[in-house]
Design a protein around this ligand. Structure first.
Ligand SMILES: C[S@@+](CC[C@H](N)C(=O)[O-])C[C@H]1O[C@@H](n2cnc3c(N)ncnc32)[C@H](O)[C@@H]1O
Length: 414
């Protein structure tokens, strides 16, 4: 997975010709492996490498930035200052960056609250009304050369993947109501690059790190241990924001608190601790009991419950353009939200899941029963039996004005 030779093209070198690359290396006094690295990763050279390219080839940083599509704010400013001349050159291309709406007759399933289409997300999204959706959740393929049941190409050139991601994100943003929320789940590798695009159209709320190991430890690298969940809203403020509160962690054997709250026990909110932007309690879906399809990623009901609860109300419209096994759709349905979705590949797994929705319903009930209490019911009872403090036992000292002040709340994080 690399870029498609923008660096060598910008310097007029044939990327397939070793002799040409070696000749260039000699001329600019940069080792050929480093030139190949700039080319493969589409990285702008810096320091003496850039000086040598400038001196030997007369190619400046601005030339490379534009030709390699690596604009920083300074080069963007120059383009802005010369916008009229540049736009005159590009006037025939103005419409080429707009999507080409295709009428699709792709409905494959309708539930009480939602409808599922078997379609390419770009075709599907262009047919959704502007400003009509309350919440978008998207878990796209990660371009890791995985084999999906849809047989889609999961091994695109980097700039192709990013361009495609911006296309569907742009469409999702168009469909969002003012005040609507967009969440996108991806590897930090991709979300770190897509966040710049999102910042140019939406208001940033959070980068949530969901602590789930997703790869094997490799020497010379940190062990990749979190997925990124970007959360943006359209306009200044979200229409809806109600984050669940979580139980405080306890030892599974002795039921004591894992954290010492010292003299602050009586100030603990009986509804639990505040949700932070690091989520350590989202399980990977590996267990056969919960897994709906083999192979490609499937997200946990707990994750979708949290997002849907936080950023929508019953009756709101939830959109997910990458159906997979349908986690978003069943959770939306069970929580009384209307939903819209599409999946490029076979949709029978999703339809089948709706036929047996009571399995997900029970699972969701279990998940929700643990939220918004300082201790889940079974743990509260066990603590009482062992003479350990509970929200109720310290409640006498608890009046609303006793709740922690924001600076004290820092103590209770995690
Ligand atoms: C990571 S999975 C989504 C998993 C889903 N969140 C779940 O919990 O089951 C991504 C899905 O997007 C589908 N997909 C890939 N490209 C697509 C496209 N252009 N339009 C619609 N769906 C697409 C893939 O077939 C795959 O099922």
């Amino acid at each position: 997975m690399g870029y498609s030779n923008q660096f060598f093209n910008a310097l007029g070198v044939d990327p397939k010709s070793r002799p040409e690359i070696n000749k260039l290396a000699k001329r600019v006094r940069i080792p050929s492996h480093r030139l190949s690295y700039y080319n493969e990763k589409n990285i702008l050279p810096s320091g003496s490498d850039m000086v040598q390219i400038e001196e030997e080839l007369g190619v400046f940083e601005l030339d490379l930035a534009i030709k390699m599509g690596r604009l920083d704010h300074a080069s963007t400013e120059l383009i802005q200052q010369n916008a009229d001349e540049i736009l005159a050159l590009l006037k025939d291309h103005r419409n080429s960056i707009k999507p080409n709406p295709k009428d699709t007759d792709s409905l494959v399933y309708q539930s009480t609250l939602g409808s599922l289409h078997q379609a390419d997300c770009l075709d599907f999204l262009t047919n959704i009304d502007s400003d009509s959706v309350d919440l978008v959740f998207a878990d796209p393929p990660f371009n890791l050369a995985k084999l999906y049941p849809s047989n889609m190409d999961d091994n695109l050139r980097v700039e192709e993947y990013l361009k495609w991601s911006e296309q569907w994100l742009k469409e999702c943003i168009r469909t969002l109501k003012p005040g609507g929320a967009l969440f996108t789940w991806n590897l930090p590798l991709w979300n770190s690059q897509l966040s710049g695009f999102l910042h140019s159209r939406l208001t940033f709320k959070h980068w949530v790190a969901a602590d789930i190991k997703y790869s094997l430890p490799i020497q010379g690298r940190l062990y990749p241990s979190h997925y990124s969940l970007l959360y943006f809203v359209k306009g200044e403020q979200p229409n809806t924001f109600h984050a669940d509160r979580l139980p405080t962690p306890t030892c599974p054997k002795c039921f004591d608190n894992l954290k010492d709250y010292g003299g602050y026990k009586h100030k603990m909110n009986p509804k639990g601790v505040s949700l932070t932007d690091i989520w350590t309690d989202i399980p990977p879906v590996r267990h056969a009991k919960y897994k709906k399809r083999e192979g490609a990623n499937e997200l946990s009901v707990k994750l979708l419950d949290r997002v849907i609860e936080m950023a929508s109300n019953p009756g709101d419209l939830v959109l997910d353009p990458f159906g997979g096994s349908g986690t978003t759709y069943v959770v939306a349905e069970l929580k009384g939200r209307r939903w819209l979705g599409c999946e490029l590949g076979p949709c029978d797994v999703i339809i089948d899941r709706f036929q047996k929705i009571e399995n997900d319903e029970k699972h969701l009930e279990r998940i929700r029963s643990e939220l918004n209490h300082l201790y889940p019911e079974n743990i509260r009872k066990e603590r009482e039996r062992r003479g350990l403090w509970t929200a109720e036992s310290v409640a006498k000292k608890n009046s609303p004005q006793d709740y922690p002040k924001p600076e004290e709340l820092q103590l209770f994080k995690n």
